[in-house]
Design a protein around this ligand. Structure first.
Ligand SMILES: *Cc1c(COP(=O)(O)O)cnc(C)c1O
Length: 454
């Protein structure tokens, strides 16, 4: 054994800048558009939603942005995060491949989400904002934002997709422990929520609906802003600390990835891991295949259209060019709640459109089968979302077994599954099924995508 199992960085080796991939791309990403005029959105168009500093980051052409000292101080509660070489999984799979995973489950909330929650709250606090609203699915983002708000003394109000609110009570408790006020979405609090509850009092909700509710409440109060846990440029940029650390950790053992796989819901953990490696690829320093992995139940990249669409269901956000299944698409209640978003980060969509990354979709039973192998070998129980990345890594490792190639595979284990054991229970008892998503269902929501002639 040459590599240690666990490759660590000292605190003083932690990156102090985030990486913005935009200036390094071969073509600029299409800009967000004002929903009324269809002209490129201006900083002003975002100012009721986000603080100036984050709007500037959203539109920035700077390659590197310094991480504020107070944000670094909070990051140090769990960062630098460990990179593991999965020797035991390799042995179980009997593969010559070398599998590395960057583990983000060591954060207080148990996922990568605090990497962006902490700076988002800090920048809002600097501009005198006292409360943030947001949406959450399984509760990973809501709990991360509540944690970050508690660090800097802000209030948080969170709309949780009703199906998850009912099925996953423990993350709601975490949000409440950190001072968050949580509503099931659709809720009685907003006009949009009330209109949906009138149609169906047991409405399961969706991320798009919860975003509409959180946005509508933020714009009503000058001291309140909205925070988004994925999708936007600044969110992906904050997450690049994952990839920057992983680059340094792999360099310590002299490894260079041949394949990088990451699960994509809105694209933030994927972008966070992949963008620093894509920078090195574009510079000619390495040549990894980079692959997005999504659920077959919400196949945004592999079956969606690359079009301008709304980020939310009510149509309150600027239009973003992204792979989308339509803002009214309500995916099946698969266990990977964080991957049930109708759209994809515009930056990830753009690099996919440019052919710089690949995408595949994997059904959830294969994901949980891979997760069980992983948990038995490596010990850590993965969150349902990164089981997609694990299943893709397992596929790749088994292909190496056939060909005898010693590929280096890198992925992010972006969260642990301690609050998702009900999903494992379902898998273990044989009750988990893969639902076939018909082209009809996919086509239906896509008819609602606004036609703006682009
Ligand atoms: C939120 C979440 C995701 C999906 O969001 P991305 O922006 O695609 O990363 C994936 N995994 C975990 C653990 C999450 O909490």
């Amino acid at each position: 054994m040459t590599d240690p199992n666990k490759i660590l960085l000292d605190e003083n080796e932690m990156p102090t800048q985030w990486y913005n991939i935009v200036p390094d791309l071969p073509a600029p990403p299409p800009p967000p558009l004002h929903p009324g005029t269809h002209e490129p959105a201006t900083a002003e168009d975002f100012s009721a939603l986000f603080p100036q500093a984050l709007i500037a980051q959203e539109m920035s052409q700077d390659r590197y942005i310094d991480i504020p000292g107070e944000v670094l101080d909070v990051y140090r509660l769990w960062r630098p995060s460990p990179l593991f070489r999965a020797h035991r999984l390799e042995k179980l799979l009997d593969t010559p491949a070398k599998i590395y995973y960057k583990y983000e489950g060591v954060s207080p909330a148990g996922s990568h989400k605090p990497n962006t929650a902490v700076p988002q709250v800090w920048y809002n606090a600097q501009e005198g904002i006292t409360k943030l609203t947001t949406e959450t699915g399984a509760g990973q983002w809501g709990s991360s934002l509540a944690f970050a708000c508690a660090q800097f003394g802000l209030e948080s109000e969170i709309w949780q997709v009703a199906a998850s609110y009912r099925a996953k009570p423990y993350r709601r408790t975490m949000m409440e422990i950190w001072g968050g006020k949580v509503h099931p979405s659709p809720s009685e609090v907003t006009e949009f929520g009330r209109s949906l509850l009138e149609q169906d009092k047991d409405h399961p909700g969706s991320l798009g609906i919860a975003i509409s509710e959180a946005v509508s409440q933020a714009v009503e109060d000058p001291k309140t802003r909205y925070a988004l846990g994925s999708v936007l440029n600044h969110v992906l940029m904050h997450q690049t600390i994952i990839g920057e650390e992983a680059l340094r950790q792999l360099a310590k053992v002299g490894a260079v990835p041949d394949v990088l796989v990451g699960c994509t819901g809105g694209g933030s953990n994927f972008g966070g891991l992949a963008f620093p490696f894509l920078r090195e690829k574009l510079k000619g320093n390495m040549d990894p295949v980079i692959r997005c992995v999504e659920p077959t139940a919400c196949p945004t990249l592999t079956k969606g259209q690359y079009r301008y669409d709304f980020g939310d269901t009510a149509g309150l956000t600027p239009l973003m060019k992204m792979h989308t299944l339509g803002a009214s698409f309500i995916p099946e209640a698969i266990h990977a709640g964080g991957l049930r978003y109708h759209g994809m980060a515009p930056l990830v969509s753009h690099i996919y459109d440019l052919g710089l990354v690949e995408a595949i979709a994997i059904p959830q039973t294969e994901c949980f089968a891979g997760a069980l192998q992983f948990a038995k070998a490596e010990g850590i129980v993965p969150a349902p979302e990164p089981t997609h990345a694990i299943a893709a890594a397992v596929r790749e490792a088994l292909a190496c077994k056939e060909t005898g190639e010693e590929k280096v595979i890198l992925t992010a284990l972006c969260g642990h599954g301690h609050l998702d054991l009900a999903a494992y229970d379902k898998y273990l008892s044989g009750d988990m099924v893969d639902l076939d998503l018909s082209d009809e269902v996919i086509g239906a929501a896509m008819q609602g995508i606004p036609d703006i002639g682009q």
